[in-house]
Ligand binder design. Sequence first.
Ligand code: ADP
Ligand code: MG
Length: 320
Amino acid sequence: MKISEIGGEFALIRRLMSKGESDPAIIKGVGDDCAVLEYTADRYLVVTTDMMVENSHFAAQWFTPFQVGKKLMEVNVSDVVAMGGVPRFAFISIALTRDTEVEYLDELYRGIYASGEKHGVHLIGGDTTHGNEIVLNLALIGEVEKGLLCLRSDARIGDLICVTGTLGGNQAGLELLLAGRSGHTIEFLEPRCRSASEGSVIARHANAMIDVSDGLGSEVRHICEESGVGARIDCEKIPLSPEVIAAALALGKDPYDFALYGGEDFELVFTVPPAKLAGLKEEFSDFSVVGSVVPKEEGMYLIKNNASIDIGRGYDHFTE
Ligand code: ADP
Ligand code: MG
């Protein structure tokens, strides 16, 4: 059987990891933005890793090596922040082709360091090898106060579903570049995740949290599946920037599709009890309420133009 036939990336991971792991130190293994491990009396360790492959994740004609390095760090920091955590230490593993320019790597690392310094991450190791194309992997260790840990699995019925910033910028940029159009491409070329201080403020009020790596639809689905609940999203409440609306108009596309089924916006999706909303707003207000958590039996649906439609799955590495 080919991996394209197995039913997607998550079905593959479930199959590979079906044995499961149990150890008193494992608070959460597979299934969240980071693994969560016992650490000190009042803190957990959180660990994540993300890989990027040349031409699949970054096309050399679009991304400078500096941008590639920045993105590699941001995608990982985003996962630590989505747990309510603070990123600390990184390992970088790289496969290089024989003709990779040293100057390319200098710029790549300049980007890694630029983002790493912004987020307080120290590089402490990695691995170097060769291959037929450039492959980059970053593993990131962070820590989280036990009381702040935000899992995907903690959403409660009645919670409001919220999203930080605006969505769709990453997909809008990609589609503009694919169409050979100029315009608002910066969110695709230089995605920026939320900071640990923003994440921890949200974590003090939120029940569940996840970062947006595959589109709002996919992230809401993850929260629902892990929490055993359903969701209602009001399409018109999904926050879009004027630039994304303009890009969609230029491309003849629906900007809400960019937000729901697009890519790596690295905003945070979280669920918060209605009683805690005002308290959160006093400390952090760059977010929108887009829906609510409903009983599982009601399903996961999107209200759009007065019609109710199933929330789509978002990007999957093996089925698209
Ligand atoms: P994110 O988009 O937040 O980075 P992923 O979708 O990459 O998360 O991963 C989801 C979960 O699956 C995580 O817990 C991750 O550690 C786990 N995972 C991903 N790939 C593998 C793999 N090949 N083997 C085991 N676990 C995996
Ligand atoms: Mg994530």
